[in-house]
Design a binder for this molecule. Structure first.
Ligand code: NAD
Length: 330
């Protein structure tokens, strides 16, 4: 099948070509799919977008007009696809249902430990010959309470790691997981979880009902000085409210791999550019905030699985086989 791989980086090409074995005609472009570029779908029955591509109703109508019938997303999340329009236009949407939950869980832990032990500041200090420890005081993770907001595949993988470190675990999820309960995760209300946790880590998908789940009211419910980690989707947090909570010194530390307006910023080099998003730039000024550019998924194992699943999705579609990655099948 002829498939256009949009927002393709050199690493996407390397992993997809290795998984493809010449089965499908893969054409790569580093351009993101959006209203200005949608006409590039001409001649491609399949498009393979990433999380920074725009797949709103308008773009979907244009690509459908150009003959696109299949979207094979290189992501688990599909909040960026206007599913109602895809259905109306007869566009099949497939995703990578699961790829290494460990990659994201381990990255969430990396953010927690970096913020707690101030590794980002220690790295710079030592390079400048400053070996003072003032300001680098951390806390033992052992015995601390971590609240997992969302205990699906990633939340459960993180629960296993934190259980091994001797943390007390609280969970909030519409469907509690028996694996988490066996690890001693105690399910509770979001309010209680926020009030008791030294660290809160978000692992819910972004749906209309979870948009700005963490708003000013929820932030005020957090234990004073607690740490907030988001490796899920930026839209879960009201960023302006978060900045107020940081300025008020209510939230102690924040690790963000995702940002609600990241589509115009992430996965590109802006070093000779001016980033005009003042909210994003304000986040970068806090010494107790770490921002990374949506890299939690980025391990060799995860990239191999994303590539293999994407090729399998293309093949199954061509051969008329449905599979568990069909987004409508959820
Ligand atoms: P999952 O589907 O296994 O788990 C999600 C959990 O959220 C489920 O247990 C579900 O019951 C719960 N849930 C959904 N809506 C809810 C609601 N309104 N209230 C309470 N609970 C609700 O998903 P996962 O594989 O663990 O991934 C979680 C999210 O992580 C994805 O949706 C994606 O947005 C994000 N993600 C980020 C990266 C990254 O690189 N930063 C990579 C992969 C996934």
């Amino acid at each position: 099948m002829r498939c256009l791989i949009t927002s393709a980086r050199p690493y996407d090409r390397a992993f997809l070509d290795a998984a493809n074995h010449g089965r499908h005609e893969l054409v790569y472009t580093d351009s993101a799919l959006n209203i200005r570029t949608a006409a590039m779908a001409q001649g491609f029955p399949a498009i393979c977008p990433f999380v920074d591509d725009t797949l709103d109703a308008e773009v979907l109508r244009i690509v459908a007009k150009h003959g696109t019938r299949l979207l094979v997303l290189r992501s688990t999340g599909f909040n960026h696809v206007h599913l109602a329009t895809a259905r109306e236009l007869g566009i099949t949407v497939m995703r990578v249902r699961e790829y290494s939950p460990y990659a994201i869980a381990e990255f969430a832990l990396a953010l927690m430990l970096t913020l707690n032990r101030q590794l980002h500041r220690a790295y710079n200090r030592v390079r400048e010959g400053n070996f003072l420890l003032d300001g680098l005081l951390g806390f033992d993770m052992h015995g601390k309470t971590v609240g997992l907001v969302g205990t699906g595949k990633i939340g459960t993988a993180l629960a296993r790691i934190l259980h091994g470190m001797g943390c007390n675990l609280l969970g909030y999820d519409a469907q509690p997981s028996s694996a988490c309960q066996e690890l001693g995760v105690r399910y509770t209300t979001l309010e209680e979880l926020l009030g008791q946790s030294h660290i809160v880590s978000l692992h819910l998908p972004l749906f209309p009902e979870t948009q700005h789940l963490i708003d000013s009211e929820r932030l005020a419910q957090m234990r004073p000085g607690a740490m907030l980690i988001n490796t899920s989707r930026g839209g879960l947090i009201d960023t302006k409210a978060l900045i107020d909570a940081l300025k008020g010194r209510h939230v102690g530390a924040v690790g963000l791999d995702v940002y609600e307006e990241e589509a115009d910023i992430y996965f590109r080099d802006h070093c000779d550019d001016i980033v005009c998003d003042d909210t994003f730039e304000r986040l970068l000024t806090f010494p107790n905030v770490i921002v990374t550019g949506h890299q939690a998924f980025f391990t060799r194992e995860a990239m191999e699985t994303i590539a293999e699943t994407t090729i399998k999705n293309l093949t199954d579609y061509c051969e008329g086989r449905g599979n568990e990655n069909l987004v409508d099948a959820i």
